[in-house]
Design a protein around this ligand. Structure first.
Ligand code: HEC
Length: 124
């Protein structure tokens, strides 16, 4: 009987503790994108290689999810031009650098292209 009571007390304490916890922050934008199979592949590449700089705009990297910044970059340029930059790298004007293939030489052309498509989809 005593054991049962102590289980009840433990449960009640757990429930109280939970209800007092602050709300979890929203998931980052790259986790919220609705993705088909192709975009899903791009998301994996993004998380594995590109997120490091593009999640929070490290070294002036355009931040994923910042629609305004990406709109300005895309303006009048075909998607291919952005993919090309990601493949060859860009010497950033603000001192930051976009390394070729995000610094991951193991990525194929296709994987880099999918990551760019994913980043654009996450930044509309
Ligand atoms: C070490 C940090 C870093 C990593 C890792 C990184 N980037 Fe970047 N990226 C940058 C910076 C900095 C810029 C901005 C360069 C500039 O000023 O134009 C940039 C710009 C870009 C652009 C815009 C290029 C343009 O022509 O406007 C694309 C697209 C891009 N990155 C894709 C990627 C992809 C895809 C990956 C992963 C495979 C990746 N980046 C990984 C730092 C990074």
């Amino acid at each position: 009987m005593r054991a049962a009571a102590s289980v009840l007390v433990t449960m009640a304490t757990a429930v109280l503790a939970c209800s007092r916890e602050p709300e979890a922050p929203p998931a980052p934008v790259w986790e919220r994108v609705q993705a088909d199979a192709t975009l899903e592949e791009g998301r994996k590449v993004f998380v594995g290689t590109c997120r490091r700089c593009h999640a929070y705009g490290l070294e002036g990297a355009p931040r994923v999810g910042d629609a305004e910044v990406w709109r300005a970059r895309v303006a009048g340029r075909p998607e291919e031009a952005l993919i090309q930059s990601a493949l060859t790298g860009v010497e950033g004007k603000a001192g930051g650098e976009m390394p070729a293939r995000g610094g991951n030489e193991k990525l194929s052309d296709r994987e880099v292209a999918l990551a760019v498509r994913f980043m654009l989809a996450a930044s509309r």
